[in-house]
Ligand binder design. Structure first.
Ligand code: ATP
Length: 378
């Protein structure tokens, strides 16, 4: 019998997207080869702002079907500020993919690595290990996925709708509790904080009501509440006290950048977007045109997103070898920082994309993984 094989649709996209994807695939392949027992096959998908400029389409014909049938999707970054739709918005087929594939759970970890810059003076900043769980199909991005939902009326007025549905919100909160439970098995706090603005908006009061309903079914997990404005304050004052933070789309968009900044910058901000049957993995940063093509991009966010993808495939296929490969990448990054072997330019160090990739290839070779008995997952 041959090795189990998983299909990964790869969208390199624009700007530094292409650079960080090449780096991430090299590391993913090294980790998979070291662990052995399975294989990833990659299908290249052409999409993005540059492609839109050349063809008037944001994805190649048939690409959405290839993406939809893959076991996982790996994305670099899409969008360039210089190439836009007539209404000024950026080219963003990934918003459409989120909706089409119902990728409601946006998982955005923020974790402090040893020797990486901590932006807080308080030494407890080194303990930051939290996940922003950003709903990714509705909320205030509902109208962004299809502009005809909220057209500008006579050049006089426009509205954007904040949509919260019971069906998606129940699944989102359940995802949050399951995530906190998995993290607890690895030493996490086992806590979910509902971040909203339930004191002002009916949509947010409904979001919290459903949170309470689902909390009653997950009594082993501690719950907390924070209004989004207070959360912005608490993420600076005491981010080490949080574990999983669940929130609507736009709040998550903003606070996940803030959380990424707390632990260094966007170059370590990984991201998974998970639905009931699909998963898309990408660094949380954009195409960073200011540094593209200059070997300056930090590929670690893409690499850590690759580890999230392997973990997801492990859950989906019930194969521990994939989880071992994910853990190997996580540990190699951790060791690299702890031993001073990872020094990204983004953090004032001397390593660009290629240097980080080759150092990490060695670290993957040097690092040993002990299989954990508990079901891992991110
Ligand atoms: P988007 O809206 O598409 O997420 P953005 O406008 O938030 O994009 P980014 O492209 O993420 O912007 O870039 C924001 C800043 O962070 C830029 O100065 C960019 O150079 C820097 N940056 C982003 N990603 C990286 C990276 N991987 N390595 C180094 N610097 C990065």
């Amino acid at each position: 019998m041959g090795k189990p094989c998983f299909q990964v649709a790869v969208i390199r996209g624009d700007g530094i997207g292409t650079e960080v994807v090449d780096s991430a695939i090299a590391i993913i392949e090294a980790a998979c080869a070291r662990v052995g027992g399975f294989q990833l096959n990659y299908a290249d998908i052409t999409a993005g702002a540059r492609y839109f400029q050349e063809t008037g389409r944001d994805m190649a014909p048939g690409a959405e079907d290839v993406v939809s049938s893959a076991d996982a999707i790996f994305l670099g970054a899409i969008g360039l500020p210089s190439i836009r739709h007539k209404d000024g918005t950026e080219i963003s087929p990934h918003l459409r993919l989120r909706e089409r594939l119902q990728l409601y759970a946006g998982v955005r970890p923020a974790r402090a690595y040893p020797n990486a810059p901590c932006r807080l003076a308080d030494g407890r900043g080194s303990q930051i290990d939290l996940v922003i769980l950003r709903e990714s199909t509705e909320g205030l991005f509902f109208s962004a996925a299809a502009h005809d939902r909220c057209p500008v009326a006579n050049d006089q007025e426009v509205q954007d709708v904040l949509r919260i549905t019971r069906q998606t919100t129940e699944k989102l909160h359940d995802f949050a509790f399951n995530l906190a439970r998995k993290r607890k098995q690895r030493g996490g706090l086992g806590k979910v904080t509902c971040v909203d603005k339930a004191n002002v908006f009916r949509s947010m009061a409904f979001f919290r009501k459903i949170f309470d309903e689902r909390a009653a079914h997950n009594a082993d997990i501690e719950v907390g509440y924070d209004y989004v404005d207070a959360m912005a304050l608490d993420l600076i004052r005491k981010p080490w006290e949080f574990d999983v933070l669940v929130m609507e789309n736009m709040f998550g968009d903003i606070l996940s950048d803030l959380a990424g900044g707390l632990v260094g910058g966007m170059g370590v901000a990984s991201c998974a977007e998970i639905g009931d049957s699909h998963g898309l993995f990408q660094p949380a940063h954009g195409s960073a045109p200011d540094i593209m093509g200059r070997d300056k991009a930090n590929p670690l966010a893409a690499i850590l997103s690759g580890a999230l993808m392997l973990d997801y495939l492990a859950d989906k296929s019930c194969r521990d070898a994939l989880r071992d490969a994910a853990r190997l990448i996580d540990l190699a990054v951790e060791n690299g920082f702890a031993r001073g072997r990872l020094r990204p330019m983004e953090f004032g160090g001397d390593q660009g994309t290629r240097a980080i990739t080759s150092e990490l290839l060695q670290l993957v070779g040097d690092t040993d993984v002990v299989r954990q008995t508990a079901n891992g997952g991110f």
